[in-house]
Each structure stands twice: as structure tokens, then as C-alpha cells.
Design a protein around this ligand. Structure first.
Ligand SMILES: [Zn+2]
Length: 420
């Protein structure tokens, strides 16, 4: 029904009504566009274009120089960062120096693999899917859920700026998951990062710049993990104790760095290959659908009657999140429980901070899914009480103008809808 049919035929009255509607639309649009300073305000935006307009979050904007350059591979220890350097110096004697750095950060191992010992001395996952370290003292990687018929669910590569509809879906379904965050993304989208914890999800480290980690020198592996932990602590208020290497690319050298930082390694046994659609020629949505269906078939055929599994999925783009939503009901029906990995392993204290608790597996499957605890993001705007300059930070200049332009565009769109 046309809204104008509510009003009298008088053209002057119509004009006045339009003016009122115009004013309301202006007000509503400005409220939406301006409320980008809090987690709740940002979470209320469901237009992906609006969500993905950069904004300024002062604590992060003010501390950019305390972090490595955004999305530059690989991360390095920030010059003058004595806290990071002291930590690295305190752990480096525990990192093996007889395990080769391999290939390139983009994953080209063609020059290295022919020289590699075929017995896989380094427990290199990319080479032989090795998950039981050969270096003494390292724990096996977590690749499944010990509870039968249980699926560990989680999403890599966030926080994605357009994830609100997806996170709304998870919340509406009272579903918690494990989120593997990239430090550079947390720096760019801090309020989206905060939402993950506010929604009760479990947070793990997924490096600062998403390199193949076996191609990164040990000191830079440290920087990739350390600064991601630091920014999650600064922005979100907790310090993760879990790490998923990008592409699963890990060996005992990288595992040793993770262990020294208190990070357990989480991989997977089932890969959706969702991120490859649009990135790898020949990988189609139908192939991803088939991967989801195979997982469900496995559950129905008894493959997980003795232990559960973990599936690799992403919040990297609209397709991967839409797939996750599309397949959720079928996964929920096929498995006894869909759980965050920490819940599946009864890791009740998921963070270095002791005031935060995940439910046990038993509690979770009986409906007690709520996490307890309180986060304490830094409000000082300074990651570690030092001030430097010169590093790349969040885009800030011009953001206000962009928001204004979008506000006008949204306003015009709103008016067009109302008067159409
Ligand atoms: Zn990733």
C-alpha cells in the first residue's frame, strides 16, 4: 500500500506529510549512521555496506604505532617495543633452530619441498597432515571433539565488517562458536571484534597478517601471535589461549612458538573449502555444498559414533556466512551437539584471565550455554604505555565525510521508499 493513501487528497497536506516523513527519515538515518562508537551500536547495523564503512575507535587509532603495520606480511616486533622484545628474548631458547623456514608467506613451497626429508621430520601439516609433534614437549594438535556425534564449529578470518546478520543468526539460534581472529582485522573492526565476546563466542588467535607460518622466521612468528593476543586483549578484554594457523600450515618450530605463548593449536578434520569459492578457479558453490553434505552423511552413517569432528568454515565473505546459515539446520539435526571447540574439550577457562568461564560440554548440551565472566578492554587508547609514531593505522581521515555521504544516500533511499 502506498503510504500517501493514508493522507487526505489535499496536495498541501501531502507536502506537509512528506516533510514530516522526510524529517523522521533524516533523524532515523542519522541515528543509524552516528551510532558507531559502541559494540551494541555497531551490532545494530545490518546493512553490509554501512557496516563496512571505516570508523574511528579512539583507543585503537591512538595506539596504532604500538602494533605492526596493518596486513603487512609478516609481522615484525615493533622497533622500540621493549615488552615484546623482552618476551621474545625470554622464550627464544625454547624454539628449535634446526627446523628450516619453508617456502614463501603466500604458500609457494615448490622450491623447498624437493629438499625436504620425506619422513617429515618437522611434523609439517601441509606436507603430510602431521598433527602429532615429533619435537619432545609439544602437545598434539586438536583436530576433533572427543565427545561422540559432536561437531566443533568455528569461523576463521574475522572479525568481518559485515558479519552482523550472521552473528544475529547465531544468537537467534542460541549457538556459540569459536572465532579465529586476525589481528589486523581486529585493528580495523574493533567493535565487530567486541561483539564476538559479547555474544558469548570463544576467541582464538589466527595471526596478525595471515601468512603461511612455516615460511616465517621464528621472531616474526612470535610477532604474528604476540600482537594478535595483545590487540584482542586491548580491544576485547581477554587473552586467548588457542591458535589456528592460517591454511593449517604449521610445523614443530611454529608449534614451539605457540606453546611458549600459552597457545594450544586447533586444526580440523573436515574442510568445507568455503573460502576457495571466488579465490581458487574451479571451486564452485556446489562443491562446498557437497562438502557440507558429506559431513552430514558421515554423521548419519556412524562415522562419528565414537568421537566428534571439527569443520573448517569462515566468516571471510558473504558466501561463506550464507553457506553457514543455509546448512545450520541440517547440521543441527545430524549431530547431537554443535559446540565451540573449548566447550567440546571441557576447557572451562578459555583465556589467560581467570575470571571468565565456558560451560562444560555436559552443561552446554543440557542447555546451559552461557559463558560467565567479564571482559575489561583498555580504554586508555594505549596498548602498552609507550608512544611511537610512523606505523600504519586505521583509516581515519575522510571517514566522517564518507559516513555523511552514506547518510544522505540512505536518506534519499528511505524517502524514495516512503514516497514510492
Ligand atoms: Zn584463515
Amino acid at each position: 500500500m502506498r503510504l500517501s493513501s493514508f493522507f487526505t487528497p489535499s496536495s498541501s497536506t501531502n507536502t506537509r506529510a512528506a516533510a514530516i516523513l522526510l524529517g523522521f527519515s533524516l533523524w532515523a538515518s542519522s541515528v543509524r549512521a552516528q551510532d558507531r562508537t559502541t559494540e551494541a551500536g555497531e551490532a545494530a547495523i545490518t546493512n553490509p555496506n554501512q557496516e563496512c564503512i571505516p570508523y574511528t575507535y579512539p583507543p585503537i587509532a591512538n595506539s596504532a604505532s604500538s602494533y605492526p603495520a596493518n596486513w603487512v606480511q609478516p609481522a615484525v616486533i615493533v622497533p622500540g617495543d621493549t615488552e615484546a622484545l623482552d618476551k621474545w628474548n625470554s622464550i627464544k631458547s625454547s624454539i628449535p633452530t634446526n627446523i628450516s623456514v619453508k617456502g614463501t608467506v603466500k604458500g609457494d613451497f615448490s622450491n623447498f619441498t624437493p629438499t625436504y626429508n620425506a619422513s617429515d621430520t618437522d611434523c609439517w601439516w601441509t606436507y603430510a597432515k602431521c598433527v602429532t609433534p615429533k619435537l619432545p614437549g609439544l602437545s598434539p594438535d586438536i583436530i576433533n571433539i572427543p565427545e561422540p556425534m559432536s561437531l566443533g564449529i568455528g569461523y576463521d578470518d574475522g572479525p568481518n565488517c559485515s558479519h552482523n546478520v550472521f552473528y544475529d543468526f547465531l544468537s537467534d539460534n542460541k549457538q556459540k562458536a569459536t572465532m579465529y581472529f586476525i589481528g589486523s582485522n581486529v585493528q580495523n573492526w574493533p567493535l565487530e571484534g567486541q561483539r564476538a565476546l559479547a555474544d558469548g563466542h570463544e576467541l582464538c588467535v589466527h595471526t596478525w597478517s595471515h601468512p603461511y607460518t612455516t615460511a616465517v622466521q621464528s621472531e616474526s612468528v612470535f610477532a604474528e601471535l604476540w600482537y594478535t593476543m595483545k590487540i584482542i586483549k586491548q580491544v576485547i578484554g581477554v587473552t586467548p589461549t588457542c591458535f589456528r594457523p592460517p591454511y593449517g600450515d604449521i610445523d614443530d618450530r611454529v608449534r614451539a612458538v605457540a606453546k611458549a605463548l600459552g597457545l594450544r593449536v586447533i586444526l580440523w578434520t573436515t574442510d568445507s573449502f568455503d573460502w576457495e569459492v571466488g579465490a581458487t578457479p574451479g571451486v564452485t558453490p556446489a562443491m562446498v555444498d557437497a562438502n557440507y553434505q558429506n559431513l552430514i552423511n558421515g554423521a548419519q552413517n556412524g562415522s562419528y559414533n565414537n568421537f566428534g569432528t571439527i569443520m573448517l568454515t569462515h566468516e571471510i565473505n558473504n558466501f561463506t556466512m550464507t553457506e553457514a546459515i543455509k546448512w545450520y539446520p541440517a547440521l543441527k539435526a545430524a549431530f547431537k551437539a554443535l559446540v565451540p571447540v573449548g566447550v567440546g574439550w571441557n576447557i572451562s577457562q578459555p583465556y589467560a584471565e581467570t575470571n571468565y568461564t565456558l560451560p562444560t560440554y555436559s552443561q552446554y548440551v543440557n542447555g546451559q550455554i552461557t559463558v560467565t565472566g567479564s571482559a575489561s578492554p583498555s580504554s586508555s587508547g594505549d596498548a602498552k604505555s609507550s608512544s611511537k609514531s610512523g606505523a600504519v593505522g586505521m583509516p581515519t581521515a575522510g571517514s566522517g565525510l564518507i559516513v555523511s555521504i552514506v547518510t544522505v544516500a540512505a536518506l534519499l533511499g528511505g524517502v524514495a521508499r516512503v514516497l514510492a
